[in-house]
Design a binder for this molecule. Structure first.
Ligand code: ZN
Length: 660
């Protein structure tokens, strides 16, 4: 592993923030290396002497605040805690978790600081100025073997202090305080926590960081020299296709176990498939995670195959066996697995949100490497279930996952929006994402890829009139998120005005193909998926004011939208017993869409002899209807407010006297 230290970058951080600035810099260097830390894992600190308002000098421990990620931490992410108090706490016989958190918070010198890491006391008792902690893959590979401790001593000699596994938090801090400085010598540059991770120390940010790199490199070299670095797997056959109906059915079962809609991601990843087919997967995968830090995300064990109910039964049985012996009474967490290793589908991950499922994927990709390398080294050994249970049910770990307040209404649900590249479709994507849904956007236009960003959005280029392309898009969307809960049929074309006498058949056919046939096809393909929606499927159809009040010169458009409306009404009749609601919006005169250029607007306004502004507000309420107005209502139609409504048609037009 290479040091990423760069003198110029470092100087910039030092100019802006002094020694704390350098602490920020090397923390980010650690965070940039996924083989050191993943997603909020690891922590760092620096001890600084500061003068308080009374002019007194104080030693302050700046330690990573909980909720911050090393990859993008800044000075605000470090909590300043009075060092002397922390060191004295380590001499207590015991300190409960709530007491510890209270002490950490009340001894910060900045009121708005984040809660200090639960490892703050441990950082405090180490005598070095800079302390870096990671769960480096290479180190946990070595320690998670039957003779891990002997190997660590062989690799590092007196350069590190070795600490057997103790649960993180106060007990670990006390154990470390007991060993320092007695076990440390002039050579000591770090500490290995068996089956957990590694610490490095230094007088400067650079020294501590580069010692981390040096120590991890030694572990990597050990693995290489034992032929336990490059570990291949036989190639697995590609997954069967299509599988979307089975995926949606599995997600429904997972959501039932979890008690809420969950995201299920099927990763098309050869390594995951090969690992899931490993002849000894039952032994090597069903031991536990590579560091206890992961258990909260991954659960102690993966589910092998798709019998998630059997997994849940085992989980419940284990809980009832061990919970009574836990330190404090516990309520059982949901028993749905977070990692599924299926011989056909490969690695699948489960999470409350697409981001959670993606984090679990990253963690498990590393887990596979560590397990295979540890196996090559002499056998993979994880912590006993007992310790994993304590860690999973540790309140301070649970607190990390809890977000402030209620999660958004569509968290864990999946929506598909057609015509998502612009206008009302794009606004629907945003409205659904804001409400916590994962969204699949389809459009012929390449712009659909950039209609939104982040792990909760997939924009797929797709011509809806091409049945094969539509199937592929559905297959990809369902593999990404696990199913389909909401469908917004928004795509449509509005041809230039033409009287019936001049309407040629090709144009008529083209308009019906997009506005009607493509929607029929999509509804037919979506039905088996919507039927599996944990909270019931929802369909929103973009109709038009032209359905109740057609205009001259728009025969093809009005006829196609009227036929689509009948289709929606029949779907409401046919799908009600499947719990699927189908409702229609009739927007009108939504001018912030691609259809309406400035030029067209001016021409229309001139036609009516009014200003563009007045033309935009030609409705009973004299309001301008925007894409966002339509999209917000479309999203609300999918929400609990309309739980009892299906087959409805709602105008979004500012009031039209021909409709009222
Ligand atoms: Zn750790």
């Amino acid at each position: 592993m290479r040091s990423l230290w760069n003198d110029e970058e470092a100087a910039r951080f030092e100019r802006e923030g002094g020694e704390l600035g350098l602490r920020v810099y090397t923390s980010r260097l650690l965070g940039r290396e996924p083989e050191l830390v993943l997603h909020g894992g690891g922590n760092t600190s620096v001890k600084l002497r500061e003068r308080n308002l009374l002019g007194e000098e104080e030693d302050i421990l700046y330690v990573k605040g909980s909720g911050w990620d090393l990859a993008d931490i800044d000075a605000e992410g470090f909590a300043p805690v009075r060092l002397e108090h922390l060191v004295r706490l380590a001499s207590l016989e015991r300190l409960s978790d709530p007491e510890m958190v209270n002490e950490l918070k009340t001894h910060c010198t900045r009121a708005g600081a984040p809660t200090p890491s639960v490892e703050a006391i441990l950082h405090a008792v180490l005598p070095h100025r800079y302390v870096d902690h990671t769960h480096a893959d290479a180190v946990v590979t070595v320690t998670n073997t039957p003779d891990g401790e002997a190997r660590v001593r062989e690799i590092y000699g007196d350069r590190v202090v070795v600490v057997p596994y103790v649960m993180p938090g106060f007990d670990l801090a006390r154990e470390v305080a007991r060993r320092f400085p007695a076990e440390a010598g002039p050579q000591t540059m770090g500490m290995v926590l068996l089956q957990h991770g590694i610490f490095s120390f230094g007088e400067t940010a650079r020294e501590s960081y580069e010692r981390m790199i040096e120590l991890v490199t030694l572990a990597e070299e050990h693995l290489r020299s034992r032929r336990a670095w490059s570990v291949g797997l036989p190639e697995a056959p590609p997954p069967p296709s299509p599988i979307r109906k089975e995926v949606a059915a599995l997600r429904r079962r997972l959501s039932r176990l979890a008690g809420r809609p969950m995201i299920l991601a099927v990763h098309d990843d050869p390594k995951g498939r090969a690992f899931a087919r490993h002849p000894e997967v039952g032994r090597i995968a069903r031991q536990g995670p590579i560091t206890p830090d992961h258990v909260i995300r991954t659960k102690p064990l993966p589910c092998l195959g798709r019998d998630v109910e059997a997994f849940a039964r085992d989980y419940q049985a284990y809980f009832h066996e061990h919970a009574p012996q836990a330190r404090e009474p516990k309520t059982m967490l949901d028993p749905a697995p977070r990692v599924i290793l299926d011989p056909e589908w490969g690695l699948c991950t489960v999470g409350r949100s697409p981001k959670d499922a993606a984090i679990v994927r990253d963690i498990y990709e590393h887990t596979i490497d560590v397990i295979l390398r540890a196996e090559a080294l002499g056998g993979y050994r994880a912590l006993p279930m007992r310790d994993l249970f304590d860690m999973e049910y540790w309140d301070l770990e649970q607190a990390k996952l809890k977000r402030a307040g209620e999660p958004p209404v569509f968290t864990g649900e999946v929506a598909l929006v057609t015509g998502a590249a612009s206008g009302i479709g794009r606004a629907c994507v945003q409205a659904l994402l804001r409400r916590g849904a994962a969204v699949i956007g389809l459009d012929r236009d390449e712009g659909v890829r950039e209609a939104a960003s982040g792990p909760a959005y997939r924009g797929l280029v797709c011509d809806l009139t091409d049945a094969g392309a539509l199937e592929q898009a559905l297959e990809a969307g369902v593999r990404a998120f696990g199913g389909l809960d909401m469908l917004v049929l928004n795509a449509g074309v509005f041809p230039p005005g033409r009287r019936i006498a001049e309407l040629d058949e090709a144009e008529w056919r083209r308009v019906l193909a997009v506005n009607l046939d493509a929607n029929l096809n999509l509804m037919r393909e979506a039905h088996p998926l919507l039927r599996e929606a944990p909270r019931g499927g929802r369909v929103v159809v973009m109709g038009s004011k032209n359905v109740p009040a057609p205009g001259p010169g728009a025969a093809a458009y009005s006829a196609s939208k009227a036929a689509l409306q009948q289709l929606a009404r029949v779907a409401a009749l046919e799908w009600g017993s499947d719990g699927i609601r189908v409702n229609t919006l009739h927007p009108h005169a939504v001018f912030d869409t691609a259809l309406w250029t400035e030029e067209v607007l001016r021409a229309r306004a001139a036609h009516y002899g009014v200003s563009v502004e007045a033309y935009k507000r030609r409705n009973l309420l004299e309001v301008e209807v925007t894409s966002r107005d339509v999209a917000e209502l479309a999203a609300e139609l999918c929400g609990p407010l309309f739980r009892c409504t299906t087959g409805a048609q709602i105008p979004v037009d500012g009031g039209n006297e021909r409709v009222v």
